[in-house]
Design a protein around this ligand. Structure first.
Ligand SMILES: C[S@@+](CC[C@H](N)C(=O)[O-])C[C@H]1O[C@@H](n2cnc3c(N)ncnc32)[C@H](O)[C@@H]1O
Length: 236
């Protein structure tokens, strides 16, 4: 893999920051619903470069702990898996995921762990995509490329639609909203795609799409839309 594309499950910091900025409005709504301003022990699972970490720390009433599969100095304080959290039962009042659960092969195990470390009255907040619901204009074939590339990288491109039922099955009270944020396409969306394992012919197709997007940057004639599931699920 080309080193400047980053890992498939961790795009370069500038792309992660742009994606986090695009999701800022819906994420803020979900965090407000989870009463982040009153939360004293927040856990962020899969913090990556920390695109949301500072926001959680600023908005929480107390501490926000950031964890990732691979700890990064200055961002993730702990290296651990979402499916096996190194904390005792009930020691957080909010557990946050963004663009993480699609990368976890055992979704139910990650949710079970979040429920275990939440105290009663705590909330799980998830902001996760569903590439199966992707729309594009014109049809550049990007949806199929994204789904295949993510699948090949070990991710579930349609994790969003599985979340409400998975949270419900774990005994949580579920609130769900679909975040729709269509915008004129930018080259960022193709850059993220290019970080995935694609075949040579898929890579050529992505390069063709990049050209079309770059020629029409900021023009509504070309847009690519990925719906995000916002889930706030409370532990009784
Ligand atoms: C796409 S990045 C998202 C980072 C950040 N949440 C954001 O929105 O910018 C996914 C992150 O999840 C981490 N990750 C992947 N699988 C994980 C797992 N099973 N447990 C914990 N972290 C995981 C990766 O190391 C990566 O940093």
């Amino acid at each position: 893999m080309c080193p400047d594309r980053g890992l498939p499950n961790l795009p370069p910091a500038d792309l992660a920051a742009a994606l986090a900025a695009w999701l800022a409005g819906p994420r803020s709504r979900a965090l407000r619903r989870a009463r982040i301003g009153l939360r004293r022990r927040v856990l962020e699972v899969g913090c990556g470069h920390g695109a949301v970490t500072a926001e959680l720390r600023r908005r929480a009433a107390g501490e926000a702990v950031a964890l990732d599969l691979s700890a990064r100095p200055g961002v993730a304080q702990l290296a651990a898996r979402a499916e096996a959290l190194p904390f005792r039962n009930g020691c957080f009042d909010l557990v946050f995921f963004q663009n993480l659960l699609l990368w976890v092969p055992q979704l139910e195990a990650a949710i079970r762990e979040a429920v275990r470390v939440l105290q009663p009255g705590g909330d799980l907040v998830a902001v996760e995509p569903d590439y199966g619901g992707m729309m594009e204009q014109p049809d550049l074939g990007l949806q199929a490329l994204w789904c295949r590339g993510l699948h090949r990288a070990g991710a579930n491109p349609k994790v969003g639609r599985r979340l409400p039922a998975a949270c419900e099955a774990a005994g949580l009270r579920v609130w769900v909203e679909l975040a729709h944020l269509p915008r004129p396409a930018s080259a960022e969306v193709v850059s993220l795609l290019e970080g995935l394992p694609l075949t040579e012919s898929e890579r050529r197709q992505a390069a063709g799409a990049r050209q079309i997007v770059e020629n029409k940057a900021g023009d509504w004639g070309v847009f690519v839309h990925v719906p995000y599931f916002l889930v706030v699920a409370g532990k009784a």
